[in-house]
Design a protein around this ligand. Structure first.
Ligand code: E4P
Length: 215
């Protein structure tokens, strides 16, 4: 299973990468806006740090404009993946990007049918948003399971990228289901390292060691 980090903060990417947790990066307009930096500058910076796929999202909603914008993004670095929102114009753009060999990530996917359409358009990756579904009382991980099953039935090559992750449980369930990728906020990666018995065990070992040194 590949781990992407869901952030536009270069320091978080560096820290996670030092720990071996970064196979790629996802950004979105909200994360870029939060970074307070120029969009293209941030993407170039991230692509220098990480050799894996880096998703950069188009802002336009009309397919010609999406295509033009995506081509500009793809020129920034060879590992840029153009992130396109799920909508009819988006699917036209995805089909064109695919024909030109430009990788895509179809985002804002909330139903198995949307994921099926993204795969038919030739998307490289599809991003089912689990946390935002959970937020409205719909089990997000059920959708992931359905998407994986459908893709396997027809041997689609589109990778399932679990997005809108809120907790380590999302990652555990995604791994059990066989999702290809999860994009994870750094905070959740850090939560995954902890277990109360591990923390307690480390403290006990240190206390015993220090006591023995004093004797
Ligand atoms: C990543 O590609 C998505 O944009 C991101 O996971 C969305 O997460 P959020 O629902 O926490 O904003």
């Amino acid at each position: 299973m590949k781990f992407f980090i869901d952030t536009a903060e270069i320091e978080e990417i560096r820290q996670a990468n030092m720990r071996g947790w970064v196979d790629g990066v996802t950004t979105n307009p909200s994360l870029i806006a939060k970074s307070g930096k120029d969009f293209h500058t941030v993407i170039k910076e991230i692509c220098k740090e990480i050799s894996g796929p880096v998703s950069a999202e188009v802002i336009s909603l009309q397919h010609e404009e999406m295509f033009r914008e995506g081509k500009e993004l793809a020129k920034l670095a060879s590992n840029v993946v153009v992130k396109v929102p799920m909508c009819e114009d988006g699917m036209i753009a995805v089909k064109k990007f695919t024909a030109e060999g430009i990788k895509t990530n179809v985002t804002l996917v909330f139903s198995p049918m949307q994921a099926l359409l993204a795969a038919k358009a030739g998307a490289t990756m599809v991003s089912p948003f689990v946390g935002r579904l959970d937020d409205i009382g719909v089990e997000g991980m059920t959708m992931v399971d359905q998407v994986i099953q459908m893709y396997q039935n027809y041997d689609f090559q589109t990778e399932v990228l679990v997005a809108s992750v809120r907790s380590p449980m999302h990652i555990q369930i995604a791994a059990e289901m066989g999702a290809d990728i999860a994009t994870i906020p750094f905070k959740v990666m850090q939560q995954m390292t902890h277990h109360p018995l591990t923390d307690k065990g480390i403290k006990m070992f240190m206390d015993d060691w220090n006591k023995a040194q004093k004797k």
